[in-house]
Each structure stands twice: as structure tokens, then as C-alpha cells.
Design a protein around this ligand. Sequence first.
Ligand SMILES: O=C(O)C(=O)[C@@H](O)CO
Ligand SMILES: [Mg+2]
Length: 261
Amino acid sequence: MPNFAANLSLLYPELPFLERFVAAARDGFLGVEYLFPYSWPAQELRDRLVDNGLTQVLFNLPPGDWDAGERGIACLPGRTAEFEDGLGQALEYARVLGCRQINCLAGLRPESLTESEARDTLVENLRRAARKLAPEGITLMVEAINTRVDMPGFVLDTAETALAVIDATGEPNIRLQYDIYHMQIMSGDLVRSIERHLDRIGHIQFADNPGRHEPGTGEINFGSIFSALDRMGYSGWVSAEYHPSVATPETLSWLKSATAS
Ligand SMILES: O=C(O)C(=O)[C@@H](O)CO
Ligand SMILES: [Mg+2]
């Protein structure tokens, strides 16, 4: 069975954020991730992890002005100083939380920026970030996000475009964050695609499609994918990053089935 984590930004929306840790542990999750830790003191988050025996699996670098629609600043040439500051802040949180993986959101490309300007800036920022994180034993993740439904304009939209950027950095501690939901929308053929990129994948997330809800609400055969991950020997985390269609504990039959098998 894969090591399952709960994304606390999306799961348990029925609870205040800090109460989601105990709920996730009670429901059988071993790890948690969330989009951003920065609104809470790191020590407070650490206490929740320790009290509930949970591993902090991942969080994102600061994304710019999220409420204004920004989805990362790593591809934006005028924002490199801000990127650097955000990296420093993320590193401080990662140290306190014992977190070994940080995701870098590549960002949306404004029309004023050419594709190659955005790509060059992204590669340079990723390279700098990876070099800063390497001595701390932290792996930098890069995620491809679907541009058809959720994030039109996001600069990395397939596993292949993300891997090409990772390759261009030449840094060994950058890996692909493979989100099954986004990849189903952009390319499908999930098991073969995961198998093809297995040695480059550092982290997996999932939701069913369409709707981005729990497994069983859409078209993806999760039983088959989770078995395939075991068969391939995938040893990383697999994180539930979906919008529960009902109260979260009622959406976890996939976890019970995976635990039973
Ligand atoms: O949207 C996703 O998928 C994520 O993993 C987030 O971290 C970025 O929005
Ligand atoms: Mg994701």
C-alpha cells in the first residue's frame, strides 16, 4: 500500500485548519501537506504534527499574491528578489517542520512575457533554489498543472514540459510532482505515464476527474493505479488533494480499500 498523506488545504474543510491534523491522524493518514504554512507560527504547526504522530510531507514556496490570482512567481523576471526571500522563508519553516520536500509553483505567464523569457527565468530560479536546499537534504518539486480547466496560462502543463525544465537546471535534487488529476486532464494514459517517469517522480497527488472530488466520483480507476504504484515499487508519498463532495470521513472508502489490500 502506498504511503498516503492528506492535503489539509482541501480535505476537512468542515473543520478549522488547526483541527484538521487530529482528524487526519484519526482517519489513518500518516502524513499531511498543505498549500502554505506561512499564516501560522512554525512551532504551532510542529506541535500539531508531533501531537498526532504525523509527517510533514510537503508545502509550497510562497506563490506571490494568491488572492489576486497569482499562482507562483518563479517564471517572472521582475520578481527574483521576492522569489529569493520566499525561498528563505520556506526553508525556515521546513527546518522546524522537518519537511524534506518543497514544491515550487512555476506561475502563470503574462502575455507581455515570451515563452522563452518565462522558461529561462524559471530554470534560473529553480537552479538557485535547488542549490540552496540541497545541503539541507530537501528535494525541490516541480508540478505540471492542467491549463484546460483549472489554471489557464500555467507555464508547465504536462509531465514532459516539467521534466524538460528540470533537465535544463542540471540539478539532481529537483523531481517531478505528478498530480494524477491534472495529468488525466492533460494526457491520460496514467499508469503508463507514471511508469515512464517513475525514476523522476518525487511526489504524487490525486483527485478524481471531472470535479476534483474523492476517488469513485469520476472516471479514474484508483484501485488499479494504487496497485500499479506498489507493483512499480514507488516508495514516495501519495497525497489526497481533492475537494470532498461530502464530509471528509465519508469520502475515505478508497483509503480503507487500499489499507485492506
Ligand atoms: O493545484 C495543485 O494541484 C497543487 O498541487 C497546488 O499545490 C498548487 O495549486
Ligand atoms: Mg497538485
